[in-house]
Design a protein around this ligand. Structure first.
Ligand SMILES: Cc1cc2nc3c(=O)[nH]c(=O)nc-3n(C[C@H](O)[C@H](O)[C@H](O)COP(=O)(O)OP(=O)(O)OC[C@H]3O[C@@H](n4cnc5c(N)ncnc54)[C@H](O)[C@@H]3O)c2cc1C
Length: 487
């Protein structure tokens, strides 16, 4: 198979697809509209501080390792990976819960909060592990072409887990609201509320407690650099500042793309940009999904983000910190059911320089704050400032220290930036949620149903949101292309 292939975008899915397609003998060119590659996994460097401006949780190290192994490499050939201990800390209004790096210390912490809870926890995580093996080694490796992909011996015996939800499953086993929140947290990565997420997705709990939380030294951008290195060794050409404004179709076959106003011919086009945006690059008759289709879908939240350089070390925090000191149900309603700016949001704070001295100058701290918000709401400078004040005051109170006077600089990123920088639908941060009706073959397809030789990859198609799924999405689209074009 030797085709000329254009890939739109340079996020994880696009870079992954580029590597696999080049390995299969194709001539691959990646076109990225921005100055730098990596998509949502971008990096901000300022005054000696380094911030990952998108993903910060390195979960499922096996998926990254499998990716690099497919090219006879290992993640360690590109970056140093450290397992974090503790994995993370959760702040509630009256106490703090620390999640360690091993089931033994996690069980101890559960026992402290709800005596006897380590017994159901162990059996819950064991079942989650079985689901993880089925999901990661079998289900997510299917291209989402047909419902029959999901009908296997493993899934038939677990059919109830596709109709029950994580929320009800966790509540049957645990009574303490703090433990319930901690066990519901991992599925938030899938983009929907736990009471809308099938209980089969409890494999995320195994990813959390069983596999642990890792950190690539230097930050998540090291993965992007590693993939770039790999892609270039496979002769992939990467062109930045290359905005694709049109996908040209003749007789239902894609023939070319327009990049910075120049028409360039290709045999095959793969778009790793947001699916909705990618379809707007086509003339209307060639689009598969209407505006009404996208509008009805449950999107993962957007985020209000702050990157803050502090002129001192911050006390009482870990690398990853969740602030669950307000009502999650109310915040979730303000994201999904009645989209508006939340009254009292939960938030996440990341201080990578607590464990990685390369992320901030000596004696200083790099802080990243994230508030999940509804996609599509109005984003203004005033809202951003209002919410920064709100969370930083809560942060000071709950961690027992003053930090406001120690801020050297603060940068923000929100809905308008997601749209402007990444052409993100409604400014979503991490794609289309994985609910029951938006799973596997029910997601937008990898292969266009209307245009030959046009494919899609990324967090709005299969398998879904997150860095590990993006790596898998790139592999799936490359396999599909191989299947359809191998002679
Ligand atoms: C704030 C935040 C926190 C997150 N946290 C985590 C986490 O901790 N762990 C985790 O696993 N995942 C996390 N995620 C999700 C994860 O980052 C994404 O799922 C993943 O990076 C998406 O990759 P992608 O390849 O689908 O798309 P993207 O990264 O969006 O890449 C698409 C690329 O296409 C480019 N593009 C768009 N239009 C055009 C055009 N017309 N021409 C050329 N190029 C174009 C864009 O500029 C972009 O570079 C987070 C995401 C965000 C935003």
């Amino acid at each position: 198979m030797s085709k000329s292939i254009a890939i739109i975008g340079s996020g994880f899915s696009a870079l992954s697809a580029a590597c696999y397609l080049a390995k299969n003998g194709n001539t691959v060119t990646v076109f990225e509209k921005n100055e730098t590659i990596g998509g949502r996994a971008n990096q901000l460097k300022k005054e000696g501080f380094t911030f990952d401006i998108g993903p910060s949780w390195y979960w499922m190290p096996d998926v990254f390792e499998n990716f690099f192994n497919d090219f006879s490499k290992s993640a360690s050939d590109f970056y140093q990976l450290d397992k974090l201990n503790p994995a993370y800390k959760v702040f509630f209004s009256d106490e703090t819960v620390t999640i360690g790096n091993h089931m033994d210390n996690i069980c101890e912490e559960f026992e402290r909060i709800e005596p006897g809870s380590s017994v159901p926890l162990k059996s819950f995580i064991l079942k989650a592990q079985t689901n993880y093996n089925i999901a990661i080694n079998k289900i997510v490796l299917k291209p989402g072409v047909s419902p029959f992909e999901l009908v296997t011996k493993d899934t038939i015996t677990r059919v109830d887990q596709f109709f029950g939800t994580i929320s009800s499953q966790v509540r049957k086993k645990f009574k303490n609201p703090k433990l319930i929140s901690i066990l519901e947290f991992p599925v938030l990565f899938l983009g929907a509320k736990p009471n809308k997420t099938p209980s089969f997705y409890n494999f995320m709990n195994f990813a959390d407690f069983g596999l642990g939380t890792w950190h690539p030294k230097g930050g998540m951008y090291e993965i992007v650099k590693g993939m770039k290195n790999l892609a270039q060794n496979l002769n992939v050409e990467i062109r930045t500042n290359s905005n694709v404004t049109k996908i040209i179709v003749e007789n239902k076959i894609v023939t070319s793309i327009v990049v910075n106003e120049i028409i360039m011919k290709y045999d095959i086009v793969v778009s790793g940009a947001d699916y909705h945006h990618s379809e707007t690059l086509l003339d209307k008759p060639y689009r598969q999904y209407s505006e009404a289709f996208w509008d009805k879908k449950t999107f993962a939240p957007s985020s209000l983000l702050f990157y803050v350089g502090f002129d001192k070390k911050i006390k009482n925090v870990n690398h990853h910190n969740l602030f669950f000191d307000t009502n999650f149900e109310k915040h979730a309603q303000e994201i999904y059911d009645n989209p508006k700016w939340p009254d009292d949001p939960l938030f996440y704070a990341n201080f990578p320089s607590v464990t990685d001295e390369t992320m901030a100058p000596q004696g200083k701290e790099a802080g990243f704050f994230l508030i999940p918000i509804a996609p599509g709401i109005i984003d203004t400078k005033e809202y951003r400032e209002h919410y920064f004040e709100k969370i930083i005051n809560r942060f000071e109170k709950i961690t027992h220290q003053k930090v406001k006077n120690s801020i050297i600089f603060k940068e923000s990123f929100c809905i308008n930036d997601f749209i402007e920088k990444y052409n993100s639908y409604k400014g979503n941060a991490y794609g289309m949620a994985n609910t029951l009706s938006q799973t596997a073959f029910l997601r937008p397809k990898l292969k266009s149903k209307k245009v030959n030789n046009l494919y899609f990859t990324g967090q709005l198609t299969v398998p879904g949101p997150g860095v590990p799924p993006a790596l898998i999405s790139g592999k799936l689209v490359a396999e599909l292309i191989k299947k359809h074009h191998s002679n």
